[in-house]
Design a protein around this ligand. Structure first.
Ligand SMILES: [Zn+2]
Length: 176
């Protein structure tokens, strides 16, 4: 999906992203290391300056099947990109991006480059989703994941686990 910078209306443009968009599915599949089972969000583009600097807002969530890093059961890996990036035309190099006009906005924003007057949203989305990946993939159901992880640890320790007797212990309440 290419966005022609010249063609971006002055109010900006919103691009909906979903499982029906093959380019977005492909980008998410690379980021998540597998085909996404869920993909939803928007990418907003608007010109930040008259010199071709474009502000790109990515707000997209994607999920794919993965394996839990703790218990090893199948689970979902979800990444939520919420990024704001500036893109400047590469051809004009430092002349186009001389600080000045976009300095204030650029302070907090990463700057990327585009060529041939086009921003390739595939790359934008893939990078945003990859950067937002959680460092660990674990089950959404933490309690069940804990149980399975405990069982795995018990099995690894064998019967010599000194805490085995305590595992079922619960504090008594409402008595006395
Ligand atoms: Zn788990």
């Amino acid at each position: 999906m290419k966005i022609l910078v010249e063609g971006i209306p002055s109010a900006g443009r919103e691009i909906d992203v979903g499982l029906g968009d093959p380019w977005a599915v492909e980008a998410a599949a690379v980021a998540l290391d597998g085909p996404p089972s869920a993909l939803r969000g928007q990418i907003g583009v608007r010109r930040a300056t008259t010199k071709g600097v474009v502000l790109v807002d990515v707000s997209v969530t994607a999920s794919a099947r993965a394996t839990c890093d703790r218990c090893g059961e199948p689970c979902l890996r979800t990444t939520t990109a919420d990024s704001h990036l500036l893109y400047a035309p590469e051809e004009k190099g430092t002349e186009a991006y001389d600080g000045g006009e976009v300095e204030l906005e650029a302070e907090d924003l990463d700057l990327g480059w585009y060529t041939d007057g086009e921003i390739i949203l595939d790359d934008v989305l893939r990078e945003a989703l990859t950067l937002a990946l959680p460092s660990r993939t674990t089950c959404a159901d933490t309690q069940e994941c804990d149980k399975r992880t405990d069982a795995l640890l018990d099995a690894a320790r064998g019967s010599s686990d000194p805490f085995a007797a305590l595992r079922g212990w619960k504090p008594r309440t409402g008595e006395g």
